[in-house]
Design a protein around this ligand. Structure first.
Ligand code: HEC
Ligand code: HEC
Length: 411
């Protein structure tokens, strides 16, 4: 900036001053200065933060630990169904601020795909609750996948991953999209070569992990660390659960009571505070028109009794992630909650004999009660700890966003 000003004042002096040659020489010097600074600035503008993400605190050198009000309560695993004061399962924490921050760049960087066209964030976009607003996600070369991209908020608490619950760690899961032909289409050797030949990434990995060549494990760890920092536990519901009676409006409170009731039974599977018990449940959602039946966990586990089963999804930030269910089967939250009122197994194809979960029955809720459930689901929105979306990336590529690919304005 400074040198640009100097260059401008140089130009204005040029017409006035006598010995033109000398002035021109000086001005050329100032013109050169900003160029060299830009290259240098580019490299140094990618410093990794030494501060833990919002909600986390540094407990010892280079270890961030989540700090939440739920730390005071016991985990649902040893306290039954779990009322509002139940604890959370353990989160994947303990990563350093630098590793988490490096993961943020990697998550948004299309350099991680075979043709540099798509990043994790292209399908898990912050603007869409870390989903993408589509019924079925779209991969490299616009390949349409079989299922919907789930939200990643609070994903660090999960040890049952994917719609069919077939993966148990974030590291294991991310190998899938990185190397699947229809997702990011990359190969481990190309990924590592691209990162190693990027001087900025080499610097950042050294800061995060210490000296040495970039390793694939480090890539997976950094992305996992970033994903685990996406915590959402400060919704209006949470303030209510921690004792602030006025945090929920009367209609949201009515909705919470319906949600928790033994009539609707929502809370039996969508157990607070995660709003998922992480189990596989068969609920018999109808597929979108023309789509084949998705056997879900039945196919991946090979256990016939799990046919049509899906892992109970969290409902945190659910208002942000339409359309709903494993392949965007329902457009709105109202349609989604109405499904539960349709009667046990009402949408199961005739030739399927599914073992529908015993909590799915015929609650016979009134229309107003369905509306109140939707009101309550909106009280689960909290994006207060939204990470900063990088404006520029070490690769020089544009950060991957769902909007650029969907041509959707909002959902
Ligand atoms: C082409 C779109 C696409 C890209 C790119 C993509 N994902 Fe996904 N992601 C999906 C879909 C679709 C699913 C659900 C797949 C299933 O369950 O069958 C998913 C599931 C997940 C899950 C499990 C969530 C849950 O609730 O269990 C995680 C975690 C995840 N992705 C992280 C990532 C990371 C990290 C990257 C980058 C390395 C990435 N994804 C790239 C579409 C994508
Ligand atoms: C037996 C366990 C169970 C019960 C009870 C239950 N759900 Fe679900 N819920 C699930 C499963 C499993 C899915 C995912 C199913 C799929 O994609 O096919 C789901 C999905 C959802 C979704 C969409 C999530 C997303 O990310 O797309 C919403 C919203 C939802 N449930 C709300 C409710 C409400 C409200 C109730 C009470 C009326 C309820 N659920 C009762 C198991 C349950």
């Amino acid at each position: 900036m400074m040198s640009v000003l100097m260059w401008r004042s140089c130009l204005s002096k040029l017409s006035l001053s006598g010995p033109r040659a000398r002035a021109l020489g000086l001005c050329t010097f100032f013109l050169w200065l900003p160029l060299s600074l830009t290259a240098d600035e580019h490299r140094h503008s990618f410093e990794l933060t030494t501060t833990c993400p919002a909600g986390f605190k540094l407990i010892e050198e280079r270890r961030c630990k989540l700090n939440s009000l739920y730390d005071n309560y016991r985990s649902p695993h040893d306290s039954g169904v779990g009322g509002p004061r139940a604890g959370l399962p353990k989160i994947r924490d303990g990563f350093s601020p630098q590793v988490i921050d490096l993961g943020r760049y990697l998550f948004f960087d299309p350099l991680l795909s075979a043709d540099n066209s798509i990043a994790c964030s292209s399908c898990h976009d912050p603007d869409y609750g870390f989903a993408d607003g589509l019924g079925r996600a779209r991969g490299i070369n616009n390949a349409v996948l079989d299922r919907s991209a789930p939200s990643l908020w609070n994903i660090g608490f999960f040890d049952t991953l994917l719609w069919d619950g077939s993966k148990s760690s974030l590291e294991e899961q991310l190998i899938g999209p990185l190397y699947a032909d229809n997702e990011m289409g990359n190969r481990p050797d190309q990924l590592i070569a691209d990162l190693r030949s990027n001087a900025i990434y080499q610097d950042l990995f050294t800061v995060a992990f210490g000296p040495g060549e970039i390793q694939l494990d480090q890539v997976y760890t950094a992305i996992t660390a970033f994903e685990s920092s996406l915590v959402s536990l400060n919704s209006r519901y949470d303030f209510y659960a921690h004792g602030l009676q006025t945090a929920l409006s009367p209609s949201e409170l009515e909705g919470l009571n319906v949600f928790r009731s033994f009539v609707s039974r929502c809370g039996e599977c969508h157990t607070p505070p995660l709003f998922s018990n992480q189990e596989i449940a068969i609920i018999g959602v109808p597929e979108p028109k023309g789509r084949p039946f998705d056997p879900g966990a039945g196919a991946s586990s090979g256990i016939p009794s799990q046919r049509g089963g899906f892992r109970v999804p969290s409902l945190r930030n659910i208002a942000k992630t339409a359309p709903y269910m494993h392949q965007g089967n329902f457009e709105s939250l109202r349609d989604t909650v109405a499904f539960y009122n349709g009667g046990r197994g009402h949408a199961v194809p005739e030739d399927e004999n599914l073992l529908i979960h015993w909590h799915i029955w015929d609650p016979d809720l009134r229309e107003e009660e369905l509306d109140r459930l939707v009101d309550f689901l909106h009280a689960l929105t909290d994006e207060g700890f939204m990470p900063e979306i990088p404006k520029r990336l070490p690769s020089g590529l544009t950060p991957g966003r769902a909007m650029n690919r969907n041509n959707l304005t909002s959902r």
